[in-house]
Design a binder for this molecule. Structure first.
Ligand code: ARG
Length: 256
């Protein structure tokens, strides 16, 4: 009885200690993830490199061009590892339909001043095709430097990752959960029991399913709360907007 209780407490401790319930991936194994930092070097959001000049993130990570720095090739935020590449944003392009009350269309593209150089520590993230979905139950992975627990408010210095199943919009929108606040531009991922989730500071970061960034960390209810999965911007709904925005910036008429 004593040992069972001990094991139970131990398991609960692990779940509690890591509300996101994740672990540290191998250094530089997630090469498309970037850290968005203030010019003072404070991490505040994640993002994905989708082109050597472009980062995909959440619209609510918009703190203004002058305040922002993009760091690729990073793993430990507190250590200089020599693998990091830095760029200032040239232009921030939040989705025109972004609504900060409903969180609808919480997606943004950042054009960088200096392109990131692809290599052993930095690569591009593949995106899903327009309109494609992921089935409920499919296991995806979300990564970031966000809080490992909401209460303690700790930013971990090393990148963390956690595997989560996709939750159907019907269940996510049910009265026991988000009660109709999930739009068709959002997808949900998490366990009904909670314990594994993205959290504050993970926003803008990638939810990767089948090797593609299907979700951008957007919002939630607490972190890892039972019955409340994490809510992500459905990238496949914005694939055409992403392509149009990136490629039109290279034509004469629409110069970003
Ligand atoms: N909005 C939060 C941020 O600024 C992320 C929210 C994700 N929350 C969640 N429970 N999945 O970083």
């Amino acid at each position: 009885m004593g040992t069972i209780l001990f094991h139970l407490l131990h398991v609960m401790y692990i779940i509690q200690d890591r509300i996101v319930g994740g672990y540290a991936p191998a250094p530089n194994s997630i090469k498309y993830i970037v850290s968005l930092q203030t010019t003072k070097g404070q991490h505040f959001c994640g993002g994905s490199l989708v082109h050597k000049y472009w980062v995909l993130t959440a619209a609510h990570c918009n703190i203004g061009t002058d305040e922002m720095m993009i760091v690729a090739g990073d793993y430990s935020l507190s250590m200089f590892e020599g693998t990091e590449q830095y760029s200032k944003p040239h232009r921030l392009i939040p989705h025109p339909l972004y609504n900060k009350t409903t969180n609808n269309a919480d997606i943004m593209l950042i054009k960088m001043r200096v392109p990131m150089v692809m290599g052993s520590y930095v690569s591009l993230a593949p995106l899903p095709r327009q309109g494609t979905g992921v089935m409920a139950g499919r296991v995806c992975r979300v990564s970031g430097w966000g809080y490992t627990s909401l209460g303690e408010g700790q930013i971990p210095s090393t990148l963390r990752t956690v595997k989560l199943p996709i939750v159907s919009s019907a269940r996510c929108n049910s009265s026991e959960s988000f009660n109709g606040n999930i739009t068709s531009n959002m997808i949900c991922a998490g366990y009904n029991a909670g314990g594994k989730d993205a959290c504050k500071g993970d926003s803008g970061g990638p939810l990767v399913c089948e090797g593609r960034v299907y979700g951008v960390v957007s919002w939630g209810n607490g972190c890892g709360d039972a019955k409340f999965p994490g809510v992500y911007t459905a990238v496949s709904k914005f694939r055409r907007w992403v392509d149009r925005t990136i490629y039109s910036s290279y034509t004469r008429c629409l110069k970003y």
